[in-house]
Design a protein around this ligand. Structure first.
Ligand SMILES: CC(=O)SCCNC(=O)CCNC(=O)[C@H](O)C(C)(C)COP(=O)(O)OP(=O)(O)OC[C@H]1O[C@@H](n2cnc3c(N)ncnc32)[C@H](O)[C@@H]1OP(=O)(O)O
Ligand SMILES: O=C([O-])CC(=O)C(=O)O
Length: 375
């Protein structure tokens, strides 16, 4: 792969610390978690196995996985005070703000008293995020107080069950599983770096994760999956998509779901989620959204050599599963909390406060003119 330009704005290409968690754009395969190719993991593992790998360094045995799933299952319930807060957040709030508030409120109720509790608190957040978003969503949109302590086997299944009020089919549970694996970890991306900066002050895990959610929310990062959906649903045919994209490019508009800060030729997660989107399109009999998405991919590559990142085909995949667009980025949180927390642990294990320098471009030194003399 060609190297991206080092230096300049956005700290691009600069090494800002060490990690044993993942490589991005280094190996031929593009993305590895603790030495495993993400494609291999997505083909052979459940998300909980990957979460275990990210946290504990090795893939679990059958018994370890069963134990770990049991631990997570036991942590799905929400305290009454958190439910009351969620009920007071308006229906038109952005669900990422709900995630941010939910995380912060949980930190008030069940805070990290010492770093010895870091793994337990990370597990709690991993188990509770689907409950938080679904409790709020179903209360404010459907007027029901849902039970969040379900017996669903997987985190993805738990989420879809609470969202719809019925257990998902095997295909949907599997796609959620793959999606959560693809989003779990990605080196020093903006939200993870936010978490590490916060951790470097020796702050608590809930503060680190709350900050990371704020960074993920933006459309240049995790928010791109929602923005991509808003784009593709405007088009009724591939030809219309092509004509409109060309106009947008002419106006130098950013097309969400394309391009990447590190990858130069492709995002290895795209081919995987694209396949699942195609399967789901066939399952629901779609003849518009998937072909529109494929044409967008072709046009962007042909015109700008820009490729789909992880977010683009997630939009159609989630849509085919009936997930409301505004819940797309919260799903990213449900997964990335693993990577964020593991980075916090790494930062703590070998910490120095992150405090870079700035190039000063303001006025020269000057004297204060007393307020009575300022005109
Ligand atoms: C899970 C994730 O977070 S993946 C990223 C999700 N974000 C998006 O999909 C938002 C759209 N994409 C983008 O804004 C960018 O590609 C980013 C933020 C992902 C990466 O930003 P950068 O590293 O600064 O991009 P890069 O240096 O490759 O940009 C090169 C050129 O391509 C343009 N470009 C990059 N992405 C796009 C895009 N999606 N649409 C149109 N033009 C683009 C840039 O404006 C830049 O043009 P210029 O040289 O005329 O200024
Ligand atoms: O690495 C990045 O800059 C963004 C990204 O793809 C991710 O966080 O998954």
């Amino acid at each position: 792969m060609a190297e991206k330009k080092i230096g300049g704005a956005g700290l691009r290409g600069q090494v800002a610390g060490k990690t044993a968690l993942s490589t991005v754009g280094v190996s031929g395969s593009g993305l590895t978690y603790r030495g495993y190719d993400v494609k291999d993991l997505a083909e052979n593992c459940e998300f909980e196995e990957v979460a275990y790998l990210i946290f504990y360094g090795e893939l679990p045995t059958k018994a370890q996985l069963a134990d770990y799933k049991g631990v997570l299952k036991g942590m799905r319930g929400l305290p009454q005070a958190l439910k009351e807060v969620l009920e007071r957040i308006p229906a038109d709030a952005h669900p990422m703000d709900v995630m941010r508030t939910g995380c912060s409120m949980l930190g008030n109720l069940e805070g990290e008293a010492s770093f010895d509790q870091q793994q337990e608190k990370a597990n709690r957040l991993l188990a509770a995020f689907p409950s938080i978003i679904c409790y709020w969503y179903r209360f404010t949109h459907d007027g029901v107080r849902i039970e969040t302590e379900t017996d669903d086997d997987s985190i993805g299944g738990h989420f879809l069950h609470m969202l719809r009020g019925e257990k998902p089919n095997a295909l949907h549970e599997q796609v959620m599983n793959v999606s959560l694996i693809l989003y779990a970890e990605h080196e020093f991306n903006a939200s993870t770096f936010t978490a590490r900066v916060c951790a470097s002050t020796l702050s608590d895990l809930f503060s680190c994760i709350t900050g990371a959610i704020g960074s993920l929310r933006g459309p240049l990062h995790g928010g791109a999956n929602e923005a991509a959906m808003e784009l593709i649903e405007k088009f009724s045919s591939p030809d219309e998509a092509e004509a409109e994209l060309l106009k947008m490019l002419e106006r130098k508009e950013k097309i969400m779901g394309f391009g990447h800060a590190v990858y130069t030729e492709s995002d290895p997660r795209n081919a995987i989620i694209k396949q699942w989107s195609e399967k789901l399109a066939a399952d629901v009999g779609d003849q518009v959204l998937y072909p529109v998405s494929v044409r967008c991919e072709e046009v962007m590559w042909r015109e700008k050599k820009l490729f789909c990142n992880a977010d683009f085909f997630h939009a159609s995949a989630y849509h085919f599963m009936g997930i409301p667009t505004k819940l797309f980025t919260p799903i990213f949180v449900m997964s990335r909390v693993t990577g964020w927390a593991a980075h916090v642990f790494e930062q703590r294990a070998d910490n120095r406060i992150i405090r870079p320098s700035a190039e000063y471009i303001g006025p020269e030194l000057r004297k204060v003119v007393p307020i009575s003399q300022r005109g």
